[in-house]
Ligand binder design. Structure first.
Ligand SMILES: Cc1cc2nc3c(=O)[nH]c(=O)nc-3n(C[C@H](O)[C@H](O)[C@H](O)COP(=O)(O)OP(=O)(O)OC[C@H]3O[C@@H](n4cnc5c(N)ncnc54)[C@H](O)[C@@H]3O)c2cc1C
Length: 459
């Protein structure tokens, strides 16, 4: 790896040991800088959390990511190529729930003609959309408004609503098109038609020698492989877990106060990288008098999500589980947001003769359901799985995880939070902020963010 500023070695604090902070710390170290990573929890990885138990491999947080050039470079840099695991070919099928049953998502234009997912009227709109002209929207609109303009309400209800539940555990009526789906926003500006824009983007990828669509990827031992490898390559003493940062005092040098076992310690650094959730950013005093320029971030919406990993004997599930999983539109009135066919997606996730499902509940749609006691929640989930997948009996294995603040919602008006972060950086030289609150919520986005933060802090 080359750095234009490799000559000047800096002392950099990275605050937050999720995938963003770890990527930033690893890259800074690789460039020869002295790095110290502070993490409040006892473990590293943040939302990335894999558990191996009794022959099952459980992803409590993210299950997979979309491959990107930045991810590829990181995997190569860490020497993890032999552990990289692509989604099984069977996982290319996807399902949506309509009228109480699973319907395959049409993956080719000719399949759109015959799918029972959409009415004839909607199908005609889909085929007419490529004739839409480029347009300049004066202001951001919700994703639901945006998609309604192009395809009508049925696509919002039966495609976009479940898709957004699967990505953000969120609601298309409140999510911003410009910030949550920036690519769609840009495509409309340049092409008008979203379908024509997508086809053009695929052609460009092909011309660059890339695959027409990014591949779904993980590691044989799960996503935790990545934070574990990043941490293992940092020097001894560079990582301080169970050590929250409690205040920052800008200057040359920056003074950083952290706490471990009730004991406060002050360290000095040339630069500070903050790779934290919004609430932690909002609470962190940054200034000699304890002022907090990021206090507005307290208002970022972070709905709760419960993730339930359920193992069954193969014969307990009637559905062939021949796909990635199924997403559930809100209009179907179910307890679950969606279910992943985890043992189809990646081999080796369930013992021989068994299958594994991962179910998500809650989000902005039904936050109270996520907070139910695990046994009550399991009952609600099983009722849905019986109806939708023909599941019989009780699971032979259960692992429940509750995320009280799962994923930030890039809702309409999100620019005020982005501005607060930009202004704080402008006011305090040597401060760099990023990660899932600013750079996109996916693991791939966070890897890119970590690399960006490292390069900015090293400059
Ligand atoms: C249930 C769930 C499912 C998901 N599924 C997917 C998926 O399938 N694919 C995908 O691409 N993305 C998925 N995501 C999103 C993705 O996992 C996250 O956005 C991403 O991992 C966030 O990484 P991060 O490093 O920015 O933040 P985090 O992982 O939140 O890390 C921030 C770290 O900062 C620490 N911290 C907080 N306060 C302090 C402090 N004061 N001092 C020091 N440390 C502090 C926290 O303990 C935490 O470890 C999912 C997220 C969740 C919750």
């Amino acid at each position: 790896m080359s750095s234009p500023s490799a000559a000047v070695k800096k002392g950099v604090a990275v605050v937050g040991g999720g995938i963003t902070g770890l990527t930033a710390a690893w890259r800074l170290h690789a460039q020869g800088h002295r790095v110290t990573l502070f993490e409040s929890a006892h473990r590293l990885g943040g939302a990335v959390s894999t558990v191996a138990r009794d022959g099952w491999l459980i992803e409590s947080g993210p299950n997979s990511l979309l491959e990107s050039p930045q991810f590829d470079a990181l995997v190569a840099g860490l020497g993890l190529e032999s552990e990289r695991l692509y989604a099984a070919p069977a996982a290319k099928n996807r399902y949506l729930v309509r009228d109480g049953r699973l319907v395959p998502v049409p993956m080719a234009p000719h399949k759109l003609l015959t799918t029972p997912l959409f009415s004839l009227r909607t199908k005609l709109r889909l085929f007419a959309e490529p004739f839409m002209r480029a347009r300049a929207r004066p202001a951001d609109v919700s994703l639901a408004v945006f998609v309604r303009d192009h395809f009508g309400q049925e696509i919002v209800d039966y495609a976009i609503n479940p898709l957004v539940a699967g990505i953000y555990a969120g609601d298309p009526e409140t999510l911003s098109t410009k910030y949550a789906f920036a690519k769609l926003w840009e495509i409309e500006q340049t092409h008008g038609s979203l379908i024509r824009g997508q086809i053009a983007a695929m052609r460009e990828r092909r011309a660059r020698g890339e695959k027409p669509a990014a591949r779904i990827v993980s590691f044989t031992r799960g996503l935790q492989t990545l934070p574990a490898a990043l941490a293992a390559q940092l020097p001894a003493g560079a990582i301080r877990t169970r050590t929250p940062v409690i205040s920052l005092s800008p200057g040359r040098p920056w003074k950083l106060v952290s706490r471990r076992d009730g004991l406060a310690t002050t360290d000095e650094f040339d630069a500070v990288v903050l790779a934290l959730p919004a609430a932690a950013l909002a609470q962190l005093p940054i200034g000699p008098a304890g002022e907090n320029p990021l206090t507005a971030l307290q208002q970022v919406e972070y709905p709760p999500v419960a993730s339930l990993f359920l193992g069954f004997r193969r014969e307990q599930v009637a559905h062939p589980l021949d796909g990635f999983g199924a997403l559930v539109p809100a209009v179907e009135h179910r307890a679950i947001l969606g279910v992943l066919f985890s043992s189809t997606l990646f081999p080796g996730r369930a013992p021989e003769g068994h299958v594994a499902l991962t179910v998500y509940v809650g989000g902005t749609r039904q936050p109270d359901l996520a907070r139910l006691a695990p046994e009550v929640l399991r009952g609600r989930v099983l009722a849905d799985l019986r109806d939708l997948l023909g599941v019989s009996g009780d699971p032979v294995f259960t692992h429940a995880t509750f995320w009280p603040h799962a994923i930030p919602q890039y809702n309409l008006g999100y620019e005020r939070f982005l501005e607060a972060m930009t202004n704080a950086e402008a006011r305090h030289a040597g401060l760099f902020i990023g990660g899932h609150v600013r750079d996109g919520i996916s693991v791939a986005n966070c890897i890119t963010a970590g690399q960006r933060l490292a390069d900015a802090a090293a400059r």
